[in-house]
Design a protein around this ligand. Structure first.
Ligand code: SAM
Length: 293
């Protein structure tokens, strides 16, 4: 997958693939292995005046400056991207990062990870001339209900969240399925890969009953379960005993319930659309959760 980032602050992204905000961990590895590529484009290179002006005063008056459409149009033209009506829909998307955009989430990241190319346009100042939205962009995305001073951080967020979902980017294919907001099903029995994992945990004849939540992970649209590592006791607080019990079934059950409890505490909205088993529902009811009618 290829990313083009259009910005007036190209230095923000540092020297890729080893330095800067995207030069670490999964993204850096994906860049070095050729799974993903990124090109940063300085919008000032597409200006024609002495001051290399990318912005101008707003029509109608008011605070601040607005990014002009012409340099953006020329930058997109240099990438062989036609204005929207003439551009074939499909494997690429021109995305404006904007507080006024649709909310970016994990399912948007999954969709972006299927694209061949994403062009990320970073706004600054009061924003971007609206004709850029009307004529040049396919979508306008916001990373949350707050206002950043520029689109660069938001572009980095989109890129990171999408790249780690590219097949081969993570060490294990299941890592991105069984995590917060993951699409992995709660019951291992339904996925061939997961069934193999299940078999490794449960010798023949000792498989858990289908009514027991068998995933070691959260998945199915809820938050991840809490994780612990050494030491077993930290500042007087011990790791839940079950995690050292060696009883894999009990561990799975505990993790599922801990993930449900955490989701209820922090993101009860997710429970409306999560894929919940009867056991899950009963457990949540015991915690006082009543689903909205
Ligand atoms: N006047 C705009 C408004 O009230 O919606 C805010 C402009 S902001 C100061 C400058 C730029 O930061 C935007 O053009 C956009 O590219 C980026 N930005 C700010 N908040 C963002 C968010 N929540 N998600 C994505 N991009 C954001």
């Amino acid at each position: 997958m290829h990313f083009d980032i259009l910005t007036i602050f190209p230095e923000f992204f540092g020297a890729l693939p080893d330095q800067g905000i995207l030069g670490h961990g999964v993204v850096s590895r994906a860049l070095r292995s050729g799974l993903a590529s990124i090109q940063i484009h300085d919008l000032r290179c597409f200006t024609h005046d002495r001051h290399r002006s990318v912005d101008d005063r707003p029509f109608g008056g008011g605070e601040g400056m607005v990014l002009k459409p012409q340099p953006i149009y020329e930058a997109l033209s240099s990438l062989k991207l036609l204005p929207r009506p003439q551009r074939p829909a499909g494997a690429e998307s021109v995305i404006l990062l904007s507080a006024q955009g649709k909310r970016f989430n994990q399912s948007t990241a999954r969709r972006l990870a299927t694209l061949h190319r994403a062009v990320l346009l970073c706004g600054r100042y009061e924003g971007v001339d609206e004709r850029v939205v009307d004529l040049l962009c396919d979508e306008e995305l916001s990373i949350g209900d707050y206002v950043l001073s520029g689109g660069e951080l938001a572009a980095a967020v989109l890129l990171d969240a999408s790249v780690r979902l590219l097949p081969g980017a993570l060490g294990h294919a299941d890592s991105s399925r069984y995590e917060s907001f993951g699409e992995g099903e709660a019951d291992f029995g339904e996925a061939p890969l997961a069934a193999a994992a299940n078999a490794a945990f449960f010798p023949v004849g000792s498989e858990p009953s289908p009514s027991v939540p068998r995933s070691t992970h959260a998945s199915s649209g809820i938050l991840d379960y809490p994780h612990y590592t050494r030491p077993a006791e930290f500042l007087g607080l011990s790791v839940p005993e079950v995690l050292s019990s060696g009883d894999h079934l009990a561990i799975r059950r505990w993790r599922r319930q801990a993930a449900l409890a955490k989701t209820l505490a922090n993101r009860p909205d997710l429970l409306q659309t999560a894929d919940l088993s009867e056991d899950d529902r009963q457990y949540l009811a015991g915690l006082g959760y009543t689903p909205a009618a």
